[in-house]
Design a binder for this molecule. Structure first.
Ligand SMILES: [Mg+2]
Length: 386
């Protein structure tokens, strides 16, 4: 898919994102909360988005925490939320099963109680042993998973059961380091059987976004179309890639994993439609950087330009702008500018518009075959201002 995928670039929004898109599909960890605590400005951003008319839902690859537990945590921040606004990879996986198998089918289920409950809720019969002839295997993660369970999954898959998984995250960061995630245990079954899963519910697949929309429709609301739904996340390789795979626009926030350098170097399938510091971006109007000349993009007063292996960003407003870029342009724009960042500069940039302009430029150069990972890129501060 990545070879053919063409990203449309950063877009301008028609009013605030929350007034244009009917449904926000918010990732949780690194977006709404970090561990037990809310992410800075998340509550304010979500409240403003609701005021602008956006319905908010929450999506998580975590397959072991159920909707009520997650809803209680979000409510503890002072937000109004019902369990139905939350979709986990276990819920998406159970719904995925029902697209492939008739009700009453026997399903060998490995995972947390949450996954077992969701599979049972949709009318499947849970079995624990290959001798009960399961028609499908669904594999999630829980901390007490055993070799015996993985062996049963392998036996059933070898015997022809359809193989589904909640998510393929390879790692789980823990206090003492990186532990094997669900995807690592899925690989154990694949290695033993030579059989790949039929489908995975978790991001970077788009199933969770699609299933969340259909869950709202099941409750009697009109189905919100893909183009009026906005996935929001902190990871390019899961949240944003899932959006692109499913044909959704997306917003990335900088409160979690993604950082400015990753964004400037993102491959097409992992590029977002909008960039914000945090969830306050939902209630803001976004503007796309404009292509204003050879190897140059501009957004507001910020200009990004590339020459001789360096991508620089400068402000039109401040002194010595001319000095920064005049050599090959003869530009009459902005007479006196300060060079805010150059290949040799070590001043961190604080402007989000500068990052947006730098991304637009870097992506267009990468799409023309220039290796941006070896270019000098501007250095951004860890928190950026609108
Ligand atoms: Mg996250």
């Amino acid at each position: 898919m990545s070879e053919q995928f063409v990203h449309p670039g950063l877009k301008s929004s028609d009013g605030s994102l929350a007034s244009h898109y009917d449904l926000g599909l918010l990732d949780l960890d690194g977006v709404v909360y970090r561990g037990k605590d809310p992410v800075e400005n998340a509550v304010e951003g979500i409240s403003a988005a609701v005021t602008d008319g956006m319905n908010i839902s929450y999506t998580t690859n975590n397959s072991s925490r159920d909707q009520k537990t997650v809803a209680a945590q979000i409510a503890s921040f002072g937000l109004t939320v019902t369990p139905e606004q939350i979709i986990t990879s276990s819920i998406a996986a159970a719904r995925m099963l029902s697209h492939h198998l008739p009700k009453g089918s026997r399903v060998l289920c490995i995972g947390a109680e949450h996954l077992r409950t969701e599979v049972r809720k949709l009318g499947f019969t849970l079995v624990d042993d290959v001798t009960e002839k399961p028609q499908a295997v669904i594999q999630g993660w829980h901390p007490q998973i055993t070799w015996q369970e993985l062996a049963q999954a392998a036996f059933a898959v070898e015997a022809g059961a359809q193989y589904f998984v909640t998510n393929r995250d390879l790692t789980i960061p823990r206090e003492y380091g990186i532990a094997p995630g669900s995807g690592s245990l899925v690989r154990a079954v694949i290695t033993a059987t030579g059989v790949e899963p039929v489908a995975s519910a978790g991001k970077p697949e788009a199933a969770m976004y699609d299933e969340m929309r259909s869950m709202y429709a099941d409750e009697g609301y009109d189905l919100v179309p893909t183009e009026l739904s906005l996935p929001v996340g902190d990871r390019l390789d899961t949240d944003i890639e899932a959006a692109n795979r499913g044909g959704y626009d997306s917003l990335v926030v900088l409160t979690g994993v993604a950082d400015p350098r990753q964004l400037m170097l993102a491959e097409p399938l992992q590029r977002p439609t909008y960039i914000s510091q945090d969830l306050r971006g939902l209630a803001q109007t976004h503007h796309a950087p404009e292509h204003v000349g050879e190897n140059r993009y501009r957004l507001g007063s910020m200009v990004a330009q590339y020459s001789q292996g360096s991508l620089i960003v400068a402000s039109l407003d401040s002194a010595q702008w001319h000095d920064a870029i005049s050599t090959d342009t003869g530009s009459s724009e902005g007479a006196d500018g300060v060079r805010l960042s150059t290949s040799a500069g070590n001043v961190a940039l604080h402007s989000l518009d500068a990052l947006r302009a730098a991304c637009a430029l870097s992506w267009s150069l990468a799409d023309r075959g220039i290796d941006m990972s070896s270019a000098n890129l501007p250095h951004f501060a860890s928190v950026l201002d609108e």
